[in-house]
Design a protein around this ligand. Sequence first.
Ligand code: PEP
Length: 251
Amino acid sequence: MRKNIVAGNWKMNFGLDETQDLISGLKKINKTSDAEVIIAPPFTNLFSAFESLKNTNIGLAAQNMHESDNGAFTGEISAEMLKSIGVNTVILGHSERRAIFGEDENLLTEKVNTALKHGMRIIYCFGEELKDRNYGEHQEVVGKQIANTLYHLDADAWKNIVLAYEPVWAIGTGETASPEQAQEMHAFIRKEVKHEYGEDVSESLSILYGGSVKPGNAEEIFSKKDVDGGLIGGASLKAEDFMAIVNAFKK
Ligand code: PEP
């Protein structure tokens, strides 16, 4: 069956010392759930995090990568660079990358293809804006976001795809989708993927929820049938909060 995953997106937070402090804090807290745990520190701290996480059950992800294999792209980081320091998972399509850095579906398709070509696993983020939900178009918007960037893949490629449904209106705002809203959307996504690829793919696909998940609301959200974990922003920056969210996962 599909994997439960809790991933922490640290965004542009923390230098080396704070990274090491947070990792030490995470290592001290007992993991009592069956969820896979992943943290995504900034690029500059990935290698030291990799060294510190050896022999632990905490994995690493990058927050982004460039779509090209190498070359004259000043300031960018490639899939092979990430793999060379032991990072095999990458977050793509985060709403901040889309909104602030203009990442559109063509670019994201290229990034997806490059990551998969290099054998990386992708945590693929998408989600509707508040206006889409107010117009009752949230499912249509989300359905297109997935179809336009992922449905060219063959079924086998989906072994390396984790989806993260993150309604834009709930990211970093303190607003959370209700557990029912999350379940409704996750069930819709699974149904769409089933329609396109069949039940083997849709039932093995982990679909994470992201958007103001906190220790106080994680258990209820994670208890929903089609919610297979969370992508956590703000609350992943405190070891106790993040591990409380990991351990809220009871299935
Ligand atoms: C995120 O940025 O992916 C996120 C879910 O942030 P927050 O948990 O802070 O809403």
